[in-house]
Design a protein around this ligand. Structure first.
Ligand SMILES: NC(=O)c1ccc[n+]([C@@H]2O[C@H](COP(=O)([O-])OP(=O)(O)OC[C@H]3O[C@@H](n4cnc5c(N)ncnc54)[C@H](O)[C@@H]3O)[C@@H](O)[C@H]2O)c1
Ligand SMILES: [Zn+2]
Ligand SMILES: [Zn+2]
Length: 339
């Protein structure tokens, strides 16, 4: 089968274009990819992670076909695909995983050992993640399809809710993974930095996990309003008030049990300087307001410079690591979707 295809192509900082691209083939280099499928893309999202690339803040190569949040319909199956059929509607976890290596078997699909020759972990349409063609396209190839794809059981029902289901490819599992990994549970208190799609998904996840109080901070009043609509407390970080002083009237104490960074290295300052970027802001804020022994999770892309006192600069943060242990987290979407 061969027909036209179009995709969103990164053309350099600040520039993307919809261009004709090759129709995907069931192949990996010269080898036939019998475990793969070709999807007709139904829905996709633009992620905060795409924005880092498009703003020229990464080493993404020009010509990269973007898009890692894919929902589609199977239109062709390789010979070895056993549990999917043409016509199935599926969600595609953004991390590509083989399902066969040690990490995949342990549920760490975000760091599969077999899908990126340069380093563990791969994604569609993403810098340094294996060079896979992305899915902000009409058609895309998905390898190891039986393992990777989440099939929706009912075609009609899934099409009715397809906008919501689109969140399963990245945004929702990322938010859930953040809160789960941060130990959010019944009765706990959590601060979510960032009220973008990932932050709001983390906030909903914290509620699902039983948090007593979910506090979301951002400088964007419309996004904070959205968080309040489903029962979160909010911190408007345009204010110069120290965060602990804002927490106290909400919680009766100046600390939370855990904190999740859903902002990343393009973080801006708190207070009157809130239009200025200060990459370390969220990392430092989370450390300041999380109780001793509490957990911090950094979902977003943050480069750590472990030795202070180098000043923070774009792409680097000044990190007083003596204050706590820091772990970076790349969401393993498949286990989260299974949960
Ligand atoms: N780990 C993963 O697997 C994974 C998956 C998806 C996205 N991400 C990352 O998550 C981050 C968020 O994604 P998104 O799509 O929600 O992005 P987004 O850009 O829509 O949202 C980021 C929000 O952070 C706010 N913000 C800026 N500085 C802040 C600060 N100091 N404190 C609090 N809020 C601040 C912005 O106003 C904005 O509303 C991105 O960095 C993205 O790369 C990671
Ligand atoms: Zn994403
Ligand atoms: Zn693997």
């Amino acid at each position: 089968m061969s027909q036209g295809n179009r995709g969103v192509v990164y053309k350099g900082p600040g520039k993307v274009a919809v261009e004709s691209i090759p129709f995907p083939e069931l192949s990996l280099g010269k080898r036939k990819c019998e475990h793969g499928v070709i999807l007709k893309v139904i829905t996709t999202n633009i992620c905060g992670s795409d924005q880092h690339m498009v703003r020229g803040r990464t080493t993404a190569p020009e010509g990269l076909v973007l898009g890692h949040e894919i929902t589609g319909e199977v239109i062709e199956c390789g010979r070895d695909v056993e549990f999917l059929s043409v016509g199935d509607i599926v969600s595609v976890p953004f991390n590509i995983a083989c399902g066969r290596c040690r990490n995949c078997k342990e549920g760490q699909t975000g760091i599969c050992l077999n899908v990126n020759p340069a380093r563990p972990g791969a994604a569609y349409g993403y810098v340094d993640m294996g060079g896979w063609v992305g899915g902000q396209t009409e058609y895309v190839m998905v390898p190891y399809a039986d393992f990777n794809l989440l099939k929706f059981p009912d075609r009609e029902q899934s099409m009715e809710k397809i906008g919501d289901l689109t969140l399963l490819s990245d945004i929702f599992p990322t938010g859930f993974h953040g809160c789960y990994t941060a130990g959010v549970g019944p009765g706990s208190t959590v601060y979510i930095a960032g009220a973008g799609p990932v932050g709001l998904a983390a906030a909903v996840s914290a509620q699902l996990l039983g948090a007593a109080c979910v506090i979301v901070g951002d400088m964007n009043p419309e996004r904070l309003e959205q968080a309040r609509k489903f029962g979160c407390e909010t911190l408007d970080l345009r204010q110069d008030t120290p965060m602990a002083d804002m927490l106290e009237p909400i919680l009766g104490e100046r600390e939370v049990d855990s904190a999740v960074d859903a902002v990343g290295f393009e973080a801006r300052c708190h207070g009157h300087n809130h239009a200025h970027e200060q990459p370390a802001t969220v990392l430092n804020a989370c450390m300041d307001i999380t109780r001793a022994g509490g957990r911090l999770v950094f979902l977003a892309f943050t480069s750590l410079k472990t030795r202070a006192p180098l000043p923070a600069k774009p792409g680097w943060v000044t990190c007083p690591c003596a204050s706590g242990w820091v772990g970076l987290s790349r969401t393993p979407s498949i286990p989260v979707n299974v949960q």
